[in-house]
Design a binder for this molecule. Sequence first.
Ligand SMILES: *Cc1c(COP(=O)(O)O)cnc(C)c1O
Length: 218
Amino acid sequence: MIADHIQQLRKIIPANVSLLAVSKFHPPELIMEAYRAGQRLFGENRSRELLEKIQLLPNDIQWHFIGHLQTNKVKDIVGRVVLIQSVDSVKLLNSIQKQAQKSGIVQDVLLQIYIAREETKQGFLPEEIRDINPSNLPNVNICGLMGMATFTEDKEKVRSEFRQLRKLFDTLKEDTYSAYPYFIHCSMGMTGDFPIALEEGSTMVRIGSAIFPPRPQK
Ligand SMILES: *Cc1c(COP(=O)(O)O)cnc(C)c1O
C-alpha cells in the first residue's frame, strides 16, 4: 500500500523535485514500510515525537522538521535534522544560530513564508525577509523558502499563492542570496495541492495523506 503510493508519486513528481514523506503521528512500522520502498526523506512536526523516532529508526533517514519550533526546543532539534523547514521568526533564527555555534555545526534551514491569508498559518511576511542578513548567521545555511497555501477548493487562489512564493524565491536568489549557492529550495505543495505547486516551480513537495493511511487522532 504505502510502497505503491510512493511509487505512484515518484512517477508524477519530476526527478529534480524532492519528495518529503510527512510521517507525523504515524508509528515507526509504517515509516519502515516507506523506508523499504526506498524513501529516505521524512518530515515531522513535533520535537518529542521526532526524537523518539530518530532513536527507533535507521540512521540513514534524512529527517526534516516542518512544524512550529519553540525556542526552548531548539537545542533538541539542531544537529539532529538535515533541514528545519519551518523557521518563522528572527528570534527562532537567532536561537538556531546560537545553538549551532555552540555545537560547532552549520544547520540548514528554510524560511517559512506566510502566503495564505489564514489565521492558522505561520511564517514571515514577504517584506520581513529583507531584514534578514545571511552574513550575520555563520552557523545557519538559509537554503530557501517554504510555504503553505490556503486550504481551499479555489485552485486559482492556491496557484496565485504558490506563484507569489516562487517569485519571492527567484528574487531573493538573484539579490540577497546570489552569493549563497545552497539557496535552492522552494518547498511548496502537500497532498491536496502538490500538482499545482509543481506547475508553479516547487523544488520539494511535502506529502503525508497520499502516502500513509489517515493520520490517527492525537
Ligand atoms: C502535515 C503537513 C504536510 C502534509 O500534509 P498532507 O495533506 O497530509 O499531505 C505538509 N506540510 C506541513 C508543514 C505539514 O504540517
